[in-house]
Ligand binder design. Structure first.
Ligand code: ATP
Ligand code: MG
Length: 349
């Protein structure tokens, strides 16, 4: 007798607002390549969410759908075992969002620290778009539609995942069911990679990113301008490695841990120039990223194939999401035709 059990589900994804960067790679992408073999993995290209702060620039989103997909394939996401799909082409997600919006208060949305920070950072001149303010609810729809158990994300997304879990509990309690599954965040060791400016997290919107598709010269120039230890003025000064973005990147990408630990000791003792450490980082990054760039170029030769991958993934995702939506509507008793409304003799009496 077969004893196979269904694999647990991973839902993860990115906003197509620019190509993917080192923060994505160590915060989430690297894990996805390993996880795809052990879990049923869905990757959402969150174009509808990206429009919440880019409404006037759909062309940017359109273009980046392709860029992000090329990045996925280049790092080793296998479309035969991972389902890659486009959010807006699965309208079931928008419908779920509508129902979940009724289970969250405006006050609770206002408390979300991630959204608060992002609103501040984006300086929305004409006011915060309601869609942006509510994106954690649409994220809950994305997650629950696939009954995802785990979400590999960077630390910035923890409050958003918590909010999804709250919505799940509220839904199951309100409609006295077990339809929705509570998600958990999966964090990597580098869940908040700083930007090249050493400030905050590396992010597309902050202009402090090294992209997976950057060429050797661009990498070199970006590393050259990186923030190090501001008190390390002369080569002979002892330097600090804590909070020093160059060393944080080396920790994340340098596979020769022994040489790295000697480099760190030397820097802390004094006598090691920032340029030497930066040259090492440049070499390490070029070594890591050049095979990705080569793969990317290969995939970019056949864009019809990329579109076919997205189409197939989107069709598969739509099927799963439609099944969950049906269960959700049954639980809410709003599937009026499959469960017809009957006359209630006590109604209005
Ligand atoms: P945007 O500026 O448009 O919001 P972003 O650079 O923040 O772009 P997202 O598409 O919002 O990227 O994030 C996709 C995923 O990558 C999320 O899970 C997020 O937590 C993770 N991530 C983004 N930046 C980092 C980072 N610097 N370190 C670790 N993980 C990150
Ligand atoms: Mg972001």
């Amino acid at each position: 007798m077969s004893t196979t059990t269904a694999k647990e589900v991973i839902l993860t994804g990115d906003r197509p607002t620019g190509p993917l960067h080192l923060g994505h790679y160590v915060g989430s992408l690297r894990q996805r390549v390993e996880l795809q073999n052990r879990y049923e993995q869905f990757i959402i290209i969150a174009d509808a969410q990206a429009l919440t702060d880019n409404a006037s620039n759909p062309e940017k989103i359109r273009q980046n759908i392709l860029e992000v997909t090329l990045d996925y394939l280049a790092i080793g996401i296998d479309p035969k075992i991972t389902t890659i799909f486009i959010q807006s082409l699965v309208p079931e997600l928008a419908e779920l969002t509508m129902y979940y919006l009724n289970l969250v208060s405006v006050a609770r949305l206002q408390l979300n620290p991630t959204v608060k920070d992002e609103i501040k950072q984006r300086q929305f001149g004409g006011g915060v778009p309601a869609g942006f303010f509510c994106y954690p609810v649409s994220q809950a729809a994305d997650i629950t539609a696939f009954k995802a158990n785990f979400i590999p994300v960077g630390a910035d997304q923890i409050p958003v995942i918590e909010q999804s879990a709250e919505i799940v509990r509220n839904f199951n309690r309100t409609y006295n069911c077990t339809v929705l599954v509570e998600p958990k965040a999966l964090l990597s060791n580098f869940s908040r990679l700083p930007g090249t400016d050493g400030k905050g997290k590396m992010s597309k919107s902050s202009g402090n990113a090294i992209y997976l598709c950057d060429n050797a010269d661009t990498i070199k120039n970006k590393v050259k301008s990186m923030y190090t230890d501001p008190t390390h003025l002369k080569v002979s000064d002892p330097g600090r490695i804590e909070g020093n973005a160059v060393f944080i990147y080396l920790d994340a990408f340098d596979d020769d841990k022994k040489a790295l630990s000697e480099l760190k000791e030397h820097y802390q003792r004094g006598g090691l120039a920032d340029t030497t450490v930066k040259n090492r980082l440049t070499d390490v990054l070029i070594h890591k990223l050049s095979p990705i760039a080569t793969q990317r170029k290969e995939y970019a030769k056949d864009l019809a194939q990329i579109m076919a991958i997205l189409k197939k993934g989107t069709e598969e995702a739509k099927e799963v999401a439609a099944k969950t939506l049906c269960e959700v509507k049954n639980a809410m008793q709003i599937n009026y035709f499959s469960h017809p409304i009957k006359i209630d003799p006590t109604f209005n009496s």
